[in-house]
Design a protein around this ligand. Structure first.
Ligand code: MN
Length: 759
């Protein structure tokens, strides 16, 4: 029990930690200044009451967060305030700005949504509610194909697109301050941003934020490549003296004398877009054409953009095939401009031509529409959101410029995305029931299921699940087992197999008989009899090694397919051999010493000399795979003659190769190479996986037992704890076939706490 004096001490401690009134007033003043500079252009904005309303939300939020602090030590309220400033920059309305100020209140403090509703109205409360819900979803990484679906679900779950925009602003601020988080958190957040939020910003046409999010993420995920590209850009700029001013001047000269204003502004394309181009086009930095972009924004009309284009092509040499007309054919996110790439002094750069209106739309995306919608409609709400709905619909369209993710969208059209009560996303086929869901999580959950709740209400076990449903499985303490008619209700083969397995395990006697027969024949193949196992003095030790309490349990496990006879025998082979020797010795007395060794059946050995690769002019040479780029079958590859370690295989787009090939010293050491697909199909190949997890206890064990259950051989495994309790694990697997590598990568990604798996 705490004494009163202690409590008083605690209270004053809290008070000491409270940010001072002056500090808070300064923060608020910064917000109001931003607001005055860029008042919302929405029809529902009332300049009279705006500042007052913002201040109320600010003081309410700062009181609610109290002594909470950001990781950098500043008062917590600085975060929602920064998010609100970004929302102001995006030209959103006053409700959105207030919701941004309040966005973490329900999630992180004792305040309930109803209080927000009473004080700030339904609109603000709905947005805060949407933001709170999203913050509870965990986007587990390592499941590439799911990202598009997760993004779509986010949008579908959110009735109000302002929720997504504020969420993006929230992420922008969190990424800007990511240096204060632990290294593991940094990697996790950076990956999630790249997978979920940057593409969302892109789809909403918010290019500026998309670029920023991508570049920050890349700085954490690929720091070396980031600084390398940054350095190359600097070197490129040095090729033309006073690069940006010079080229801007040249462009201005070429568009002289037109009856409208032209603004010219040059910039470097963002690092991540260059990086992605190098990867996808398999090109070194020197071959990437659009490192620089110059934008001409005109006060004229759409057709006048083409006039400018004519002038530009007169003054600069255009590179054939680079012209794109996004004015006549806007991108699905509404983006409009003319693009062309031209050359000056051997330096290529892209020129974008657009009107003021197109420019605003490109920079701020949908939020720019507020500006041009102003005064057009009545009292806000639904009518204002017609364009938002069109935008959401555009999510369904495919952008030819998009990454492969989009192409996978179709695969998910017959699937629903549901959430566990912890917020984990699960993909289920359309029509899946709570039973399917339970078995998808774990057989134990399915086998002990008694009922289910969807979104907090009890439903029938036949209830078809919808995207966005939060599903909770009600369970009995014991595994009472499935009911036979569940087999008629379920939709997934996973649930079917697991239910069948349960009934199989129930038929124990039958399983024991089958298992015994199977193990006996395995023993015979190796020159043992069943009696030598069941009658062995060491039987209890043998069973212990196999992991079963009795011989019947062991046979039953083989019988229902839980373990394989062959693997089990391998585990105890040495012991059986030793026992056999002993008993032969005993039978033959003194002559025992001269006995030949009992025959040991040969273990299958694979010819690993070629490792599935054919190399120009080399037969049977020593081959290893370069760690820097871990080539996989199907990748274009190239071999490098090392000094003394045979040939190391790199991907043709490996940056080390690109660098080294430019060095004349290495002439002749690079050999062309190709995969021997036939041998890979039969023999498999060697691959390395890098696994990032949020925990380090037992992760190696989980990975190795997964490897065992998939019967994948591994040649090395190394794990390193990260300072925040996570781990980085590297494994090298051998003789693995391409499909199995896919399965293995996916299954590791599904392990508890694993947030990223890289090949
Ligand atoms: Mn936040």
């Amino acid at each position: 029990m705490k004494k009163t004096s202690d409590i008083n001490e605690t209270m004053s401690e809290i008070e000491e930690n409270l940010p001072s009134r002056e500090v808070l007033e300064q923060v608020l003043e910064g917000l109001l200044a931003a607001f005055r500079e860029m008042p919302p252009k929405s029809p529902i904005f009332d300049p009279e009451t705006g500042e007052q309303k913002l201040s109320e939300a600010f003081w309410f939020a700062s009181e609610a967060h109290g002594a909470q602090k950001r990781k950098d030590g500043s008062p917590y309220i600085t975060h929602p305030t920064s998010v609100a400033k970004l929302v102001i920059e995006m030209h959103l309305d006053e409700d959105a700005i207030r919701a941004a100020l309040l966005h973490d209140v329900v999630e992180d403090t004792a305040i309930e949504l109803d209080t927000i509703r009473k004080m700030f109205g339904d609109n603000v409360a709905e947005i805060v509610d949407g933001l709170t819900k999203i913050s509870k979803i965990h986007f587990s990484s390592g499941k590439q194909a799911q990202h598009e679906s997760v993004r779509k679900m986010l949008v579908a779950m959110t009735k109000d697109i302002r929720v997504i925009i504020i969420k993006i602003a929230d992420r922008v601020h969190n990424m800007r301050t990511l240096q204060f988080q632990s290294p593991a958190k940094q990697l996790e957040k950076a990956q999630e941003t790249l997978d979920i939020y940057a593409p969302l910003a892109h789809r909403l046409g918010m290019q500026k934020f998309k670029w920023e999010l991508e570049d920050i993420s890349m700085r954490y995920l690929h720091p070396e490549q980031y600084s390398e590209i940054e350095q190359s850009i600097k070197e490129k700029i040095a090729e033309i003296p006073d690069f940006f001013n010079t080229v801007e001047g040249l462009i201005e000269d070429s568009v002289q004398g037109l009856p409208f204003e032209c603004r010219v502004k040059g910039r470097t394309k963002h690092v991540y877009s260059i990086y992605r181009k190098m990867l996808s086009q398999n090109k070194p930095f020197s071959e990437i054409l659009d490192i620089f972009a110059f934008r001409i924004v005109i006060s004229g009309t759409d057709p006048e953009c083409f006039t400018i284009l004519g002038r530009i092509h007169n003054s600069f040499r255009p590179i054939p095939g680079t012209f794109k007309d996004y004015i006549s054919y806007p991108k699905p996110n509404g983006y409009q401009s003319l693009h062309t790439t031209v050359l000056k002094n051997g330096v290529p750069f892209e020129i974008q031509i657009r009107t003021e209106e197109m420019d605003a739309a490109a920079e701020q995306g949908i939020s720019a529409h507020w500006k041009y919608k102003a005064g057009v409609t009545k009292s806000g709400d639904e009518a204002d959101y017609a364009w938002v709905r069109r935008l959401v619909e555009s999510f369904e369209e495919e952008d030819p410029d998009e990454s492969i993710d989009t192409l996978k969208m179709d695969m998910f059209s017959d699937q629903v995305l549901v959430l566990t009560p912890q917020g984990d996303v699960r993909i289920m086929p359309t029509g899946a029931t709570p039973i399917d869901f339970a078995y998808a999580i774990h057989s134990k959950i399915g086998n002990s299921m008694t009922g289910a709740k969807v979104n907090g209400a009890i439903v029938s076990i036949r209830h078809p699940l919808k995207s966005g449903d939060i599903v909770e499985i009600l369970r009995s303490k014991t595994e009472k087992g499935p009911s036979r008619d569940w087999l008629n209700i379920i939709k997934t083969s996973e649930a079917r197999n697991k239910i069948r397995l349960w009934f199989k395990q129930e038929r124990r006697e039958e399983n024991i008989t089958h298992g015994k027969a199977s193990f006996e024949s395995e023993l015979k193949k190796s020159g043992f009899s069943l009696q030598e196992f069941t009658g062995a003095d060491a039987l209890p030790e043998l069973l212990k090694k196999l992991g079963y309490p009795t011989a019947d349990d062991f046979f039953a496990a083989i019988g229902y397919g839980g373990i394989s006879s062959q693997r089990s025998l391998n585990k105890i082979r040495e012991e059986l051999l030793a026992a056999k020797k002993e008993s032969l010795k005993a039978q033959l007395g003194a002559h025992g010493a001269d006995l030949p060794e009992p025959p040991v059946p040969p273990k299958p050995r694979k010819n690993r000399s070629s490792m599935g690769v054919i190399i120009e002019g080399q037969d049977d040479c020593l081959v290893k795979f370069a760690k820097c780029c871990s080539p996989l079958p199907g990748d274009e590859i190239i071999g490098f003659t090392t000094r003394g370690f045979g040939v190391s295989i790199h991907r043709a787009d490996c940056k080390n190769y690109i660098k080294s090939a430019q060095n004349a010293e290495n002439n002749g050491r690079w050999l062309s190479a190709a995969w021997d697909m036939d041998s890979i199909k039969n023999e498999g190949f060697t691959a390395a996986l890098k696994i990032f997890s949020m925990r380090n206890d037992g992760i190696v064990n989980d990975i190795t037992s997964l490897l065992r259950s998939l019967k994948v051989r591994y040649v090395s495994i190394a794990a390193k704890d990260t300072p925040d309790g996570g781990a980085f694990t590297e494994i090298t697997v051998a003789d693995i076939k391409p499909e199995m590598l896919d399965t293995l990568t996916r299954r590791i990604g599904e392990l508890d706490g694993v947030y990223r798996v890289d090949r």
